[in-house]
Design a protein around this ligand. Structure first.
Ligand code: ADP
Length: 401
C-alpha cells in the first residue's frame, strides 16, 4: 500500500477531529461574546419599546464608559439638543462633569441613584434618575431618565410662600383677638370692654375679608370662575362704582368725580366682576389718600393697531383692537418706583405704616386676574407724594362684534 496516498486522508481526519474538539469547547454563543465589540449593543427590546418612545421624560441608555447607545425623542426636547445623540458621549452632549461621573458611578456600583442637574442660561433644574441594567453578556448599560422640574419647583416654592404669607396674615389679627378677649375676660370698666368689643368686631371683619379674598383668588386662579359677559352702559358702570365708594370717601372729605366724553360705547363685561375691579381700585385710592384729597375716574376709547405700535403709556403686549381705557387717579401717598413692578403680586404691600386701615394685600392680584380674564391689561403710574393712577382696559361691545 502506498502510504503517500494516505497522507491527505490523514490530514483531513485530523482537521475534522480538531474542529469537533474546538466546537465542543467553544459553543457559538461564547465565540460570539469574544467577537462582540467592547461597547455593548442596546438591549434588543429598546427600539420597539413604545412606552419609552412615547414618554415625555427624556430617556437614554448609556454604556458604562459614558456613550449614549439609544435615546427616546423626549430627550432631545428636555436637553434641547439639535444634532445627533446616539454614539455621543454624555460629556459632549451635556458638558456636565457631574452627570458624566454620576452615570459612570451608577454603572460601577450597580445601584439605582438620582441627582439634580442645574443649568444656566436659561436657568433650569432637571431631576436625573439612573438605573443600571446588567445585560445577558454581563455588560452594564445605565438607563438614565431626565425630567425638567424647573416649573414644578417654582410652583412648589410659590405654594410654600403662599402658606408662609397666609400664616403671617392670620397671626397678627389672631394675636390681637387674643389680647382683646383676655382684656374683656379680666372684667375691665364697661367703657373699656365696649371699646375692646368693637375692636374685636373690626378684627373679625378683617379676617373675614382675608378669607373671602383668598377664596376668591384661589377660585379665579384655578379657572373655576366663568365670566358672564353682557353688554353694559359704561357710564352706568362708572356711576355705580362711584356711588358705592362715596360713603368711604365722604368719611375722609375726599372728592370723587368722573370725567368722560359725551358719547361712550357700551362695554362687554361680567358686571359683578367689573364692579369688584372698580371697588378694589377705588377702595385703595381712598385708603392711600390723605383727608381732603381728590380721586378722579376717567374713561375713553382707544384703538390699538395690530402692527404692535402701541399708544404711549400702554403695555407693549396689549392686544390690538378697540378698548375702553379707564383710569382711577388719586393724589395720595404714591408708590415708590422700586415697588411698582411687584404691586400686583399676592400679599405684596409697600408699607403697612402708610395705610389708613388694614388690607389683605390680595386686592390688586384679584384685579389683575379679572381684568386679564376680560382680555385687557392693568398697569399704573405713580410718584411718591403726588399720587397714583391705575389704568385698565376692558373690551367695548363693538370690539366683540
Ligand atoms: P391691600 O389690601 O393691602 O390694599 P392691594 O393688593 O389692594 O392690597 O394693594 C397692595 C399694595 O399696593 C397696598 O398694600 C399698597 O401698599 C399699594 N397700593 C395699592 N393701591 C395704592 C394707591 N392707590 N396708592 C398707594 N399705594 C397703593
Amino acid at each position: 500500500m502506498n502510504l503517500d496516498a494516505l497522507y491527505p486522508w490523514f490530514f483531513a481526519i485530523a482537521a475534522i477531529i480538531w474542529l469537533i474538539i474546538t466546537w465542543q469547547q467553544n459553543p457559538p454563543e461564547r465565540r460570539i461574546k469574544r467577537e462582540a465589540p467592547s461597547t455593548p449593543e442596546p438591549p434588543p427590546f429598546l427600539p420597539n419599546d413604545i412606552a419609552v418612545e412615547m414618554l415625555d421624560i427624556g430617556v437614554m441608555y448609556v454604556s458604562a464608559d459614558g456613550v449614549v447607545l439609544h435615546h427616546n425623542p423626549a430627550l432631545r426636547t428636555v436637553l434641547r439638543i439639535d444634532g445627533g445623540v446616539d454614539g455621543q458621549t454624555i460629556m459632549s452632549l451635556v458638558r456636565d462633569h457631574q452627570l458624566d461621573e454620576f452615570v459612570r458611578d451608577t454603572a460601577t456600583k450597580r445601584v439605582n441613584d438620582e441627582m439634580q442637574l442645574h443649568q444656566r442660561n436659561p436657568s433650569r433644574t432637571m431631576r436625573v434618575v439612573a438605573r443600571p441594567m446588567v445585560l445577558p453578556n454581563e455588560d452594564v448599560v445605565v438607563m438614565v431618565l431626565i425630567r425638567d422640574v424647573t416649573q414644578i419647583n417654582q410652583l412648589e416654592r410659590a405654594r410654600r410662600d403662599m402658606i408662609v404669607s397666609i400664616s403671617h396674615e392670620l397671626r397678627t389679627p389672631l394675636a390681637a383677638l387674643k389680647i382683646l378677649s383676655d382684656t374683656i375676660v379680666s372684667q375691665p370698666p364697661p367703657e373699656v370692654a365696649q371699646r375692646m368689643a368693637m375692636r374685636i368686631s373690626d378684627e373679625v371683619d378683617a379676617l373675614t375679608r382675608l378669607v373671602e379674598d383668598l377664596h376668591d383668588l384661589s377660585q379665579i386662579e384655578a379657572g373655576r370662575i366663568a365670566l358672564q359677559y353682557a353688554q353694559y352702559d359704561t357710564v352706568a358702570l362708572i356711576q355705580q362704582a362711584i356711588e358705592r365708594s362715596t360713603p368711604q370717601a365722604n368719611a375722609h372729605h375726599i372728592t370723587l368725580q368722573a370725567t368722560y366724553p359725551d358719547t361712550l360705547p357700551a362695554v362687554m363685561v361680567d358686571r359683578g366682576r367689573m364692579a369688584q375691579v372698580f371697588l378694589n381700585l377705588l377702595h385703595n385710592a381712598v385708603k392711600f389718600t390723605p383727608d381732603h384729597g381728590a380721586i378722579r375716574v376717567d374713561a375713553r376709547v382707544v384703538h390699538l393697531p395690530s402692527d404692535g405700535a402701541a399708544l404711549t403709556n400702554l403695555p407693549a403686549d396689549h392686544p390690538p383692537g378697540e378698548w375702553m381705557l379707564l383710569s382711577i387717579a388719586d393724589n395720595g401717598v404714591g408708590i415708590p418706583l422700586e415697588h411698582q413692578h411687584r404691586i400686583f403680586e399676592r400679599f405684596y404691600k409697600v408699607d403697612q405704616a402708610r395705610t389708613r386701615g388694614s388690607g389683605t394685600g390680595l386686592g390688586l392680584a384679584i384685579v389683575r386676574h379679572l381684568v386679564e380674564g376680560h382680555g385687557g391689561r392693568v398697569w399704573l403710574s405713580s410718584t411718591v407724594g403726588n399720587g397714583t393712577t391705575f389704568y385698565f382696559t376692558i373690551p367695548t361691545a363693538q370690539s366683540n362684534e
